[in-house]
Design a protein around this ligand. Structure first.
Ligand code: NAD
Length: 278
């Protein structure tokens, strides 16, 4: 991880699934780079549930006191559920120093203006939408900040690029909700498709274990084909679909059940849900 002068310590408010994924990602990057103690990024997390704090990596400091996290961190990442964000901001606001702190939020649907209203004037704010695959350094992340600050972009890249091969700045905040629906929630859609393939494989006579390995590798291989060939999914799909063949039969059934429309609707509904969360 790049060591930016001001960002020596990261404090996570919340210690759930995403906070753990980010903490694991940052700390494993520290370890992989074999950074000396003074160069590595310190990570601390807080939440009211001690059992979640105990599940964090050993080199992540933890506390049940959010203010302690703020006092010990340069970069504060708000990783609580959207409906808790406002009360957390009210709690930490007195300890936020706009000259020292950058506040980053990964909460779905909560806009930058919510943070501006709740925090001291001039606080640097970044809205980020990662996904759970950050845990295995395969995340897809987008972020938004007001203005054109390169430094905030660099800080975001420093934290997320090592755990997220895509870490893309977005210029229109409305697209943050679209990203939440597409890539933030998208891991679950792909897992749902893998689950369906596994069930279908079991129905055809495979053990669940073999069906899972086949389905998982098939999804991984398809993604790799797109990535490595630079060809579109449509091109690659047409390439593997022989006239009158088995794949064509399978695709016909997916069309008949309007699977593509269902995915459109799923992403659209997920995006609309962001409006309700704020
Ligand atoms: P989670 O339920 O696993 O974790 C929430 C954490 O917040 C828990 O540790 C909980 O104890 C803690 N918490 C609750 N009240 C608190 C308080 N007052 N102070 C400090 N901590 C408090 O949720 P998650 O899935 O990790 O989601 C966290 C955020 O990340 C959400 O806003 C969500 O929109 C966003 N997000 C989630 C995903 C995902 O795939 N789960 C992906 C992208 C973004």
């Amino acid at each position: 991880m790049q060591s930016l002068p001001r960002m020596r310590s990261v404090g996570l408010i919340g210690a759930g699934k995403m906070a753990k994924a980010i903490a694991n990602g940052i700390l494993s990057t520290n370890r992989a780079a074999e950074l000396s103690r003074d160069k590595s990024i310190k990570v601390m997390a807080s939440c009211p549930r001690e059992e979640l704090l105990r599940a964090l990596p050993d080199d992540c400091r933890s506390t049940t006191n959010n203010l302690e996290t703020v006092e010990n961190s340069d970069l504060i990442i708000i990783a609580v559920k959207p409906d808790v964000v406002r009360s957390v901001l009210d709690e930490i606001c007195p300890k936020i120093d706009p000259k020292k702190h950058v506040v980053m939020s990964i909460a779905a649907g909560v806009t930058v203006s919510t943070f501006e209203e709740a925090l001291p004037a001039g606080t640097n704010i970044v809205r980020v939408m990662p996904n759970i695959a950050c845990e295995v350094r395969e995340g897809a992340t987008v972020y938004y900040t007001r203005g054109e600050s390169n430094e905030l972009g660099q800080i975001t890249q420093a934290v997320f690029a090592p755990i997220s091969p895509i870490c893309q700045r977005i210029l229109d905040e409305k697209l943050m909700d679209a990203a939440t629906a597409l890539s933030g929630s998208g891991t679950a859609y792909v897992l749902y498709i893998i689950e369906a393939l596994v069930d279908a494989g079991v129905r055809q006579g495979f053990s669940r274990e073999v069906a899972l390995r086949l389905a998982t590798q098939t999804v991984q291989g398809a993604a790799r084909l797109i990535h490595d060939s630079g060809r579109s999914p449509t091109e690659l799909k047409d390439y593997v679909t022989s006239p009158g063949g088995t794949t064509s039969e399978g695709l016909f059934v997916l069309e008949k059940y309007a699977v593509k429309s269902a995915i459109h609707d799923a992403v659209h509904s997920a995006r609309k849900k962001s409006d309700v969360l704020r």
